[in-house]
Design a protein around this ligand. Structure first.
Ligand code: DGJ
Length: 731
């Protein structure tokens, strides 16, 4: 059983495949967070109650015990504000008296099979056989605020999800100032924190640092999850490596402002909270209303950081991404952006399609610039009708020609944006995100459209629907090219202005939901100036996200390694482009890792390039299911100064694997030995290149030395090779 409640000890035990999480209903209804870690048996758990370190100048609830109960030094399940727990709080709700002292105590619980949805928001899903859910209700008796803590545990993986609901059971309005989705109190601070920082063209760099006293973490106030920090954080044992040691990974299923904060306190314990960023957030909760905070995916393993990543990858593939393209092969696409920017027309695009139609490319994607009078980035966002100067007769003639050449057709949108130079803006100047008496800041010459408003969403949706329903469109790239400042909506009264950011994201989710419900066959790719909105919230709707505008394979190595910290390979849009630093073989070998495509002008391909593209696409088909369904093993770490990047995909049944080796900077004929990972030591594998058969044990423990030819091949900056092994009988 995944979740049990022991009435005698008032203890909940939540078990996944390999982890346990223990909550105790303590005296006076305090909820204590007793344990999260490797799975333990259901025996006497009273040991954990001794974990109540001394207080330091702290305050006590005198009702409990001889010396009172000190919330500040207890492992609290969901830390609240102002009631003597001075650490970073997960919850603060202002009441009608104007104070925000918040103190919730247990009243009831329910355990049931399966997992609930979060209305209007993305969340992981499960069948009744896969997961079990615990809901704990806790109430603040003074204000009537009821909190429901929702936990789901999965029996076939080490994943637990957490989310929170707040319901106003009183007759007075109250105001949520902060409501985090998850709170964990760890008994020590002997952890390193891993976060993913970045910027445009350099997304998701892995940063690891020891926890220190005080508050530290990652956050976004940009209106989106953003390039700068990702809504991911891990706490790992100081000694944990890629292949061994304890790792706790947390990922917020949300695409807006977030906070992931760890505080180490005077007792050298650690509180970790994750959820909506409380900065610029407040929510009015009228009597009877409920607020839903998003979901956090929590992963535990004692098998290292690599295994933590693989648990996330499998979980997102099986239980988060809703798309038929998980089980169907995705088309190899060519996107015109880097080749033409805004300078294209029907003839040019048809010429692109012609050039690639015989080499195995399946789809032409027309990027930014097909609508309004958009010839550069200063106009027409919001005017989603075809620019007939570029595309005479509309989309139909273009799509027909592309289809006749045997290719599918895809299109680009940026639905949440509006250009000041657009018909939409001239008709509705108050539809942009803005506050009174200030001219809103521009980003890439554009304003943000206020999709927190239903009338605005309806307008954009109707425009999109008109195009998508009348034309044979197989793919949609959804872009978002700036952050949000001057956050405000003309419809929100002053006392609700701080609801804007969350309402905006709910509006985005509503639009994406309309898209997926009306066009379930559409292949949907997210994008935000490259990878500025690469988060689990977006993955719920789109099975792939454009990873970065940086398509140089050597830069991509770090970006793709960092992104793989929690996101599956198949979710990363990766294209072969005209970038200069490596040859075509390495461009292909690096792009194969993700959702594969091209981003270049194919019209003047040489014979040699045509052959290369053909063989890359053959490789794409050959390795497709191994990469999509296999497990990723990172063999080197490009963030630790390695001069090479090596990774492999191993079939889940261990019957096959491929390994890719890329030289970042050459090291004059270093002897190269690749120690494989994740194989079955007792099985045998044949090198498809030379027919040699080796045991899994040998390949992992002794490693595979490259032969002379292979050494020559990779002895150049940016050179690479792929080796492929299949299961064989003993040599
Ligand atoms: C940013 C994206 O990342 C690019 O791929 C491209 O679609 C441009 N926007 C178009 O404006």
């Amino acid at each position: 059983m995944g979740i049990t409640y022991n009435e005698e000890t008032s203890t909940f035990k939540l078990d996944t495949l390999g982890s346990s999480y223990i909550i105790k209903v303590y005296q006076e209804g305090y909820l204590l967070n007793l344990y999260y870690g490797k799975k333990i048996p259901d025996t006497n758990l009273s040991l954990f109650e001794m974990r109540m370190p001394n207080a330091s100048f702290s305050l006590a609830n005198p009702v409990i015990g001889e010396h009172g109960f000190t919330p500040d030094s207890a492992p609290i399940e969901y830390g609240c504000n102002g009631a003597a727990d001075f650490r970073i709080s997960a919850l603060a709700v202002r009441n009608v008296n104007g104070d925000d002292v918040t103190d919730i105590r247990y009243i009831a619980h329910r355990i049931y099979k399966g997992k609930p949805v979060i209305p209007g928001q993305p969340a992981s899903f499960a069948t009744e056989d896969e997961a079990e859910t615990l809901e704990i209700d806790a109430i603040d008796k003074v204000t009537g605020l009821q909190i429901t803590l929702v936990y789901a545990v999965f029996n076939n993986t080490n994943v637990m999800t957490k989310s929170v609901r707040a319901t106003n059971t009183s007759e007075n309005t109250m105001w949520i100032e902060r409501i985090f989705s998850s709170c964990n109190d760890f008994p020590s601070m002997d952890y390193d924190m891993i976060t993913l920082w970045g910027r445009w063209m350099k997304e998701r760099n892995v940063e690891r640092r020891p926890l220190a006293h005080g508050v530290q973490g990652a956050e976004s106030k940009r209106g989106v999850s953003g390039h700068a920090q990702n809504p991911f954080a891990a706490l790992v044992a100081r000694t944990a490596t890629e292949d061994q040691g304890e790792a706790y990974g947390f990922n917020l299923v949300y695409s807006g402002n977030f906070s992931a904060l760890a505080e180490c306190d005077f007792n050298a314990t650690t509180r970790f909270i994750m959820g909506i960023n409380p900065v610029d957030f407040e929510w009015t909760l009228n009597p009877g209303e409920t607020f839903h905070a998003p979901e956090v995916v929590c992963v535990y393993t004692d098998e290292g950081i690599g295994e933590m990543s693989r648990i996330f990858h499998r979980f997102y593939t099986n239980n988060l991404i809703r798309s038929k393209y998980l089980e169907e092969k995705r088309p190899v696409l060519i996107n015109n952006w880097e080749a033409t920017y805004f300078d294209f027309n029907t003839d040019k695009l048809v010429a692109f399609a012609e050039a690639v139609s015989k080499v195995g490319v399946d789809m032409l994607v027309m990027d930014d610039g097909w609508f309004g009078h958009r010839n550069k980035d200063d106009s027409s966002l919001g005017d989603w009708y075809v620019n007939e100067e570029k595309l005479p007769g509309g989309l139909q003639p273009l799509i027909s020609k592309v289809n006749e050449l045997g290719l599918k057709f895809g299109i680009w949108y940026e639905p949440e944006m509006i250009s000041p130079d657009s018909d939409l803006y001239r008709a509705h100047p108050d539809w942009c995100v803005h506050v009174d008496n200030r001219d809103p800041m521009l980003g890439r010459n554009q304003l943000v459209l206020d999709v927190s408003r239903e009338d605005v969403r309806d307008n954009i949706w109707n425009q999109m629907y008109a195009v998508l329903s009348k034309n044979k469109i197989d793919y949609l790239k959804w872009d978002f090219n700036r952050n949000i400042a001057d956050a405000g909506s003309a419809l929100l009264p002053p006392e609700r202005k701080k609801e804007f950011f969350h309402r905006f994201i709910l509006g985005t989710y509503d639009l994406m939901n309309r898209l997926m419900t009306n066009f379930p066959d559409l292949l949907f790719e997210n994008c935000s100036g490259g990878g500025g909105r690469f988060d689990p919230g977006m993955l719920y709707y789109s099975p792939q996200i454009w990873t970065s505008d940086n398509t140089d394979p050597l830069s991509r190595l770090a970006i793709q390694f960092g992104t793989s910290m929690c996101y599956p390979a198949a979710t990363m849009g990766a294209h072969v482009s005209a970038s200069k630093r490596t040859g075509y073989d390495t461009k292909g070998n690096v792009a194969l890792w993700g959702s594969f495509g091209y981003e270049l002008d194919p019209r003047n391909f040489t014979e040699e390039q045509i052959e290369l593209v053909r063989s890359q696409i053959a490789d794409y088909h050959k390795y497709y299911w191994l990469i999509r369904k296999g497990d990723l093993y990172r063999i080197t770490d490009p963030f630790n100064g390695s001069n090479k990047a090596v990774w492999s995909f191993v079939a889940q049944d261990k019957s096959e694997f491929m390994v890719t080796y890329v030289t970042i900077t050459k090291c004059e004929m270093d002897h190269i030995v690749i120690k494989m990972k994740g194989l079955n030591p007792n099985r045998f594998y044949k090198n498809e290149e030379d027919g040699q058969v080796y045991s899994g044990a040998l390949l992992m423990y002794a490693g595979l030395p490259l032969n002379m030819m292979q050494m020559f091949k990779v002895n150049q900056d940016g050179a690479s090779l792929i080796l492929h092994f299949t299961e064989a009988r003993e040599a």
